[in-house]
Ligand binder design. Structure first.
Ligand code: XMP
Length: 186
């Protein structure tokens, strides 16, 4: 159990995020070259990023079908427990589809790796991955994202859809969270 959390410092402002999302949409548009594809958002943390990304993609002439998948490796803690569980299935078939898999943050990599394996087993024709944040120093699974917003160090981040215990998702920018007090929380 962690101690009491407090917002620590701002990492990226809403404007900086908007700029990166626009740039990523441009990269994706170049690579997908006008073709149709399925955008799959990994819930819950990527919902704000996905909402902005699909609208940026539309400005580049891409209108993917959107679906949602929920996997979970976190409880009320800030480190992955290492076991990834399926919480919400896809509602659409992926067989033969080009897929853009969208997540909020690539940490140990276990979640994205598991999602890619699931989609491959279900017959996706091609899988590209897109993450807003990447913490390369924490990687356990050998995976890198095809599109990355920002690389960050080993800090716990909230805002712009990312949470701690389902709070802080409303923040327009990204900030680090720091824990004070004795482990176990007073
Ligand atoms: P793995 O370790 O599987 O983790 O790559 C990916 C998932 O872990 C969550 N995660 C975070 N959530 N702030 C958050 O709000 C963080 O700093 C953080 N690091 C990892 C997130 O749900 C991600 O999809």
């Amino acid at each position: 159990m962690n101690s009491t959390p407090h917002l620590d410092r701002d990492l990226f402002s809403a404007d900086e995020i908007r700029e990166r999302v626009e740039a990523i949409a441009g990269e994706i548009a170049r690579d997908f070259d006008g073709g149709d594809f399925l955008a799959i958002a990994l819930l819950k943390g990527s919902f704000v990023f996905t909402a902005d990304l699909i609208r940026a993609l539309a400005r580049h002439g891409l209108h993917p079908v959107v679906d949602f998948l929920a996997l979970s490796s976190y409880g009320a803690e800030t480190t992955s427990c290492g076991t990834v569980t399926l919480r919400h299935e896809l509602s659409l078939p992926v067989t033969g589809q080009r897929v853009l898999l969208i997540d909020d943050i690539l940490d140990t990599g276990l979640t994205l790796q598991t999602a890619c394996q699931m989609l491959a087993r279900q017959g996706a024709a091609e899988i590209r991955t897109c993450v807003l944040l990447d913490k390369p120093s924490r990687r356990v699974a050998p995976i890198t994202a095809d599109y990355t917003g920002f690389k960050i160090g080993d800090v716990f981040v909230v805002g712009y859809g990312l949470d701690y215990n389902n709070r802080y998702r409303h923040l327009p920018g990204l900030a680090t969270l720091r824990f004070y007090g004795p482990p176990g929380g007073a």
